[in-house]
Design a protein around this ligand. Structure first.
Ligand code: BG6
Length: 488
């Protein structure tokens, strides 16, 4: 029997992250997170990530001196989901959401990261959010760590290169599982775990000017996250009945620049080192052999403790989640090829694809290709937990927002998801990014909007924060109502 379209229990919804949405950065005893140190650069070049990715001991010091500055640190204010969560969840319900992906701000629960007891006010906040979701019959999908670790773990322990972080993370995860075991059944251990290679500060708390062998530190940090994730998987299974817990990567679908065998080989390696390494360990439960050569040639020695291999083996995941925004190109001779920007990292321009205003290459067929590839490799259910387009939207005088470009983007991607399901892929659900405008992760802009819901806030934080339904809001509602059949 071949499937003809989306299964009846398909989980339609949307995804956000605490640090980009909540605000309330110092309320309820919350500690500072790495994101609270990320300053908005007014002179940023949207297509050049080097103008935004500037993290150092100096930027942390400045942020600590400017503790009360909300204007220059947009993630401290988010869109005030901390206050507006009921209203926002009601809007998600209106669109018919079955699932809502959110992350928990680690520094709300453990303000410095290394405390022995959690902060009750932080836990109580998420109780209220989950209760509201339950009331609206929306399933939560929770990311335990989404680029928002407590700053204390960076300042006092050096981030994830330190093995102590495993203990702190597992304590934190166990607190969440015990507290929310009746309310949350779907979990993701780390957002885009492969981001350690591209945004080591926000994903893993690595401060470049404090580290001697930076590449070694990133892979050591990744190892500690793998072990922490595998331990959390085992704990979740002990504590929560019928739990589903997954891993997640930022999927960089990769094509060769030409049919030249050298380019194909380069593509194979890029795919292995930047993507599959991270899922292979978490799905198969061991380090893939192709990494041995990479580690030797790059002078990397992963320090493992006895027992780590068996922890990885016992902590394999139930499903594979990934974000998908764009595809990439690999070339053995990239020097003279035109470059473009992208999610977390830039790359070579594909002449066959259009790009967003931020230079991210739009490739719906790449999503079908990726779904086939990942399912073929792992034979585990897949979950697309981020996909969307950042764009400049205009609020018209009559309070409407005509975002046909966004509808077009989603329509083409959902069509390809359906094709992949017919191809035989087991796809559990789809949480697009992000149902409501939030602060951009990469550039900290408000004007890079992803939402079906417009939030009246400017880059400098001015605005009423009022929410407005865009044209795409009504469109997505119909998509969910028709279980993916009505896309026009
Ligand atoms: C993903 C992150 O990498 O990309 C999200 O998990 C992020 O947190 C999303 O928001 C889109 O990136 P940006 O930089 O446009 O916000």
């Amino acid at each position: 029997m071949i499937k003809k379209s989306f299964p009846n229990n398909f989980l339609w919804g949307g995804a956000i992250a605490a640090n980009q949405a909540e605000g309330g950065y110092n309320e309820g005893n919350k500690g500072l997170s790495v994101q609270d140190t990320v300053r908005y650069n007014k002179n940023l070049n949207r297509k050049d990530l080097s103008t935004v990715k500037k993290f150092s001991s100096e930027t942390i010091k400045q942020a600590l001196q400017e503790k009360d500055n909300l204007e220059s640190y947009p993630k401290r204010r988010g869109i005030e989901f901390y206050k507006y969560y009921k209203e926002d969840i009601a809007l998600f319900k209106e669109m018919g959401f079955k699932v809502f992906r959110l992350s928990i701000a680690w520094s709300r629960i453990f303000p410095n990261g290394d405390e022995l007891e959690p902060n009750e006010e932080g836990l109580a906040f998420y109780d209220q959010v989950f209760d509201e979701l339950q009331k609206q019959d929306i399933e939560p999908l929770v990311t335990i760590s989404h680029f928002e670790m407590p700053l204390g773990l960076v300042e006092e322990y050096g981030g994830w290169q330190n093995r102590k972080l495993i203990e702190f993370y597992v304590r934190y995860a166990k607190v969440l599982f015990n507290r929310y075991k009746d309310k949350v059944k779907h979990w993701i251990t780390f957002n885009e775990i492969n981001a350690v290679n591209f945004t080591p500060f926000t994903s893993s708390g690595l401060v470049k000017d404090r580290i001697e062998n930076y590449q070694q530190a990133t892979f050591q940090a990744a190892h500690h996250q793998f072990v922490a994730s595998a331990l959390a998987v085992q704990e979740a299974r002990k504590i929560i009945s019928d739990v589903k817990i997954g891993c997640m990567i930022a999927r960089f679908t990769t094509y060769p620049a030409t049919p030249k065998p050298e380019d194909i080989m380069q593509m194979t390696h890029d795919d292995q080192y930047k993507n599959f390494f991270f899922t292979d360990v978490q799905v198969r439960g061991y380090y893939p052999s192709y990494m041995n050569r990479y580690f030797i040639e790059n002078n990397i020695t992963i320090e493992k403790v006895e027992g780590d291999n068996s922890i990885l083996k016992k902590g394999t995941v139930d499903f594979v989640a990934f974000s998908y925004y764009m595809s990439m190109i690999s070339s053995a001779n990239p020097e003279h090829l035109e470059q473009t920007a992208g999610n977390l990292v830039g790359g070579i321009k594909n002449p066959y694809l259009e790009a967003s205003d931020w230079g991210w290459q739009i490739d719906p067929i790449g999503l079908r290709y990726s779904l086939n590839q990942l399912y073929d490799r792992y034979q585990k259910p897949l979950f697309i937990v981020e996909n969307g387009i950042g764009a400049i939207d205009k609020l018209e005088p009559n309070e409407e927002i005509h975002d046909s470009y966004r509808i077009d983007y989603f329509k083409k991607h959902i069509e390809q998801m359906r094709e992949a399901i017919i191809d035989g892929v087991d796809l559990m659900g789809y949480t697009m990014w992000s149902p409501i405008d939030i602060i951009s992760s990469g550039t900290s802009e408000m004007s890079k909007r992803y939402g079906f819901i417009y939030v009246d806030q400017n880059d400098d934080g001015s605005g009423t924060l009022k929410r407005y339904r865009k044209d795409s809001f009504y469109w997505y509602k119909k998509v969910i109502e028709s279980n993916g059949e009505q896309l026009d």
